[in-house]
Design a protein around this ligand. Structure first.
Ligand code: ATP
Ligand code: MG
Length: 482
């Protein structure tokens, strides 16, 4: 029955994985006692350690998961994994179904059709794909997947993190899936190389850190690749910024201002950068440089580069700076760097200053001012010894606009500020905020209330906009009263 894919009986037996003792969630005595809170402080909501599911549902899942574990081990013991690589999808499905049916019969386990199908599907995912992660990767409503050890998987949906009831069997199982992902891109992760960045076959960004550095089991984060990136219209409709801001940004990008998108982790920097790039003329030659290619430009003339970390022996690195230096020799009209975080800042500023205006990048910072300090720090860290005034003057003549992306406490992502860099006053870089998100309050459901408004300052670049044919009406600079 196990025909072609059955293992050679003389082959060395596969060590059976030990089943982890399923953690039993019990309410501890301390937790049961209500702590006394001060009258000034609000009581903290109780941490929810597990996804809510009915008792019956949970028992059913536990039973299915036990059967799956057994079957999975049986499959691994019986299938010849190297022969599987050449098997067609149909062959493989049939083989998995056949072995599973036999085992189920042997053990007199009766499942309904739905359960059987779910079980076969999961086993197939396990053998060919990324196991428990596969369902989440296929779920289009999920943006991010965050694994904190084998028993806890969080996902982000509509800006909110939620725990799932999906788990790995044990750390060994999780490690096997991590290994599968990283070995597909020629990397390795183990005790001596405990963390790794990789890109999944579908373009999703993947990062993993394994024990002993990850204390309670491997940590995995996946930023799902969105085939249909959010465009300017989507972002305006979602309330990420206003129509007036969109019109201003169009003028800024089209008239080749150098733009930096600043923001915290997962605040929507790459999404904003991608959306802004849609304002670039189709005739321009654009070169993009990223650690993991995420940008999806709509233009025809685009050259994409992906930097490469060193391999296991510490060789073969191609840094973002190497890519950037090379890009400058490739006659670009504009250069877009996915994220500037190190010594490439020097070349980026130089490019912006020397004929590649209209270039864009993102940085990790919490405000426009903070963004400028980050740039100063990066220059200092790159070992460039220049007086601070010279550094600032370099920054102020290179960067025209800082767009601040934020993920607010209610999970919504908004462009909270658009700030222009207007020059230097003494030793200080002068800036003016042109648009901002004005918060006005909080609903009882903790949703943030507020509106976008101009600050009343007319753009420093108005004349440039007009000369280039982007004559923005004066009213877009008038503050909106909330
Ligand atoms: N305005 C928005 N509304 C809803 N979802 C958004 C918005 N902006 C971005 N997202 C989603 O949020 C997630 C994070 O966005 P993005 O990758 O752009 O963030 P980032 O700041 O570049 O993150 P990182 O710091 O990890 O590089 C993505 O899944 C994206 O689709
Ligand atoms: Mg990003």
């Amino acid at each position: 029955m196990f025909s072609r894919y059955k293992k050679d009986p003389n082959a060395k037996p596969v060590a059976k994985a030990k089943i982890a003792d399923a953690p039993v969630e019990t309410v501890s005595a301390e937790a049961a006692q209500e702590p006394q809170t001060s009258v000034l402080r609000r009581p903290m909501p109780k941490a929810r350690a597990q996804a809510v599911s009915s008792d019956k549902e949970r028992k059913r899942k536990e039973r299915l998961s036990e059967i799956k574990l057994d079957l999975h081990r049986e499959l691994l013991d019986n299938l010849n994994l190297s022969a599987l690589e050449n098997a067609s999808e149909n062959d493989l499905r049939n083989e998995i179904n056949a072995i599973s049916t036999e085992v189920l019969q042997d053990r007199a386990i009766v499942l309904n059709r739905e359960e059987r199908n779910a079980l076969f599907r999961e086993l197939y995912n396990e053998v060919t794909g990324l196991g428990p992660l596969e369902t989440l990767l296929q779920d289009d409503t999920v943006n991010d997947i965050l694994v904190n050890g084998p028993q806890q998987i969080f996902v982000e949906r509509s800006g909110k993190l939620e725990i799932t009831d999906i788990t790995f069997k044990d750390e060994k199982h999780l490690l096997r899936i991590i290994d599968k992902i990283v070995s597909a891109v020629g990397r390795r992760v183990d005790e001596s190389n405990p963390y790794v960045d990789a890109r999944l076959a579908d373009g999703s960004r993947f990062n993993a850190m394994v024990p002993p550095i990850a204390v309670d089991g491997s940590l995995v984060s996946i930023r799902k690749f969105k085939k249909d990136k959010l465009g300017i219209d989507d972002l305006v409709n979602f309330g990420a910024f206003s129509e007036e801001m969109a019109a201003y940004l169009q003028a800024a990008v089209a008239t080749r201002l150098n733009v930096i998108v600043s923001g915290g982790t997962g605040s929507g920097k790459t999404t904003t950068l991608n959306a802004l790039s849609s304002f670039i003329d189709n005739a321009e030659r654009i070169l993009t440089i990223e650690d993991t290619a995420e940008l999806q430009l709509q233009q025809t003339h685009v050259g994409r580069m992906e930097s490469r970390p060193p391999n296991v022996e510490g060789k073969g690195e191609v840094s973002p700076r190497d890519c950037l230096k090379n890009a400058l020799r490739m006659r670009p009209d504009r250069i877009i760097v996915g994220e500037t975080r190190g010594e490439e800042v020097i070349d980026m500023l130089q490019a912006m200053n020397t004929g590649h205006d209209g270039s864009m990048t993102t940085i990790h910072a919490n405000s426009a001012r903070d963004g400028v300090s980050r740039l100063e720090n990066m220059i200092a860290m790159a070992g460039i010894e220049m007086p601070i005034k010279a550094v600032r003057s370099q920054i102020s003549s290179a960067v025209n606009l800082i767009v601040q992306a934020s993920r607010l406490q209610d999970g919504s992502r908004r462009m909270t500020s658009i700030t222009e860099i207007t020059g230097m006053e003494g030793d200080v870089i002068s800036m003016q905020e042109v648009f901002r998100f004005q918060r006005t309050g909080l609903t009882p459901e903790n949703k943030i209330l507020g509106h976008f408004t101009a600050t009343g300052v007319r753009s420093h670049f108005s004349e440039r906009f007009r000369m280039w044919g982007y004559d923005l009406p004066a009213h877009i600079y008038e503050p909106t009263l909330g």
